[in-house]
Ligand binder design. Structure first.
Ligand SMILES: [Zn+2]
Ligand SMILES: [Zn+2]
Length: 247
């Protein structure tokens, strides 16, 4: 379904999909526009509407969509929806990818990558868990891995997690390597040792045999700088962020 459908057509599909899934526009009227005016195929248009309703409800859908569809829809959903509604959309896509994988071992790498990007954006918007300094990028970004590789890599990540973190902090100190914030200096005893550890390697490029280098691959950063690093995908470099800081 839909590889030939343009971004402009998808923008209309998005508008109509919102109305359709909110029961504000019946399918026949949607089809009048998509098939009648935009010359889209009727089956494809209908599938888009069914998928759209599932996406907004956080449910599984079965018909595949083009990577461009995900690009257009996710960008718009990200702008238009609340965090919890956007989470539903991401959950729905996750279910769809699991379904596609179980049916036909299709990986949909491009869509997975996009999904992982939005999952990490979302992770940064959600209030940090109490032990945020123990959450590594590897855990946050695990959705980048193809099915099957996920479990193995995260198990490895957990195993080496605290040691790699400790080695990184031992080398650099528990001090943001972008803005130099030292939580102990600011907050006293309660801030002692608090820091995020950012993983500099683009996780999409990592293989199962990858071994983290705590000094080359990890870097201590404060939560603010960490969030700013992840405003780009893959994350921007520490050097670039330093150059952006206004003095
Ligand atoms: Zn910082
Ligand atoms: Zn990071």
């Amino acid at each position: 379904m839909g590889k030939e459908i343009t971004a402009a057509q998808l923008a209309t599909v998005y508008e109509l999909g919102n109305l359709f899934s909110a029961n504000k526009l019946p399918l026949n009227q949607v089809l009048e526009t998509l098939v009648g005016s935009l010359n889209m195929n009727e089956t494809s248009s209908t599938n888009y509407m069914r998928n759209f309703a599932a996406l907004k409800a956080g449910k599984v859908y079965k018909r595949a969509m083009s990577a461009l569809s995900y690009q257009v829809f996710l960008a718009k959903f990200y702008q238009d929806l609340s965090i919890s509604d956007f989470e539903k959309v991401l959950h729905s896509i996750t279910l769809h990818l699991q379904y596609r994988w179980s049916k036909s071992k299709v990986k949909h790498k491009e869509i997975r990558k996009l999904l992982a990007e939005y999952q990490s954006k979302l992770a940064l918007l959600i209030p940090a868990p109490p032990f945020a300094n123990e959450v590594t990028d590897e855990v946050i970004h695990k959705a980048n891995f193809p099915e099957g590789a996920i479990k193995q890599v995260t198990v490895n990540a957990y195993e080496r997690n605290s040691r790699a973190r400790a080695a990184c902090i031992a080398h650099y100190g528990a001090c943001c390597q972008v803005c130099k914030t030292d939580f102990e200096k600011v907050y006293g005893n309660i801030g002692k040792g608090f820091i995020h550890v950012h993983h500099k390697i683009d996780l999409a490029s990592i293989r199962e045999s990858y071994q983290v280098n705590p000094i080359k691959d990890l870097i201590p950063v404060c939560p603010n700088c960490h969030a700013m690093l992840h405003t780009e995908t893959p994350a921007m470099t520490v050097e670039k962020l330093k150059s952006l800081i206004k003095s």
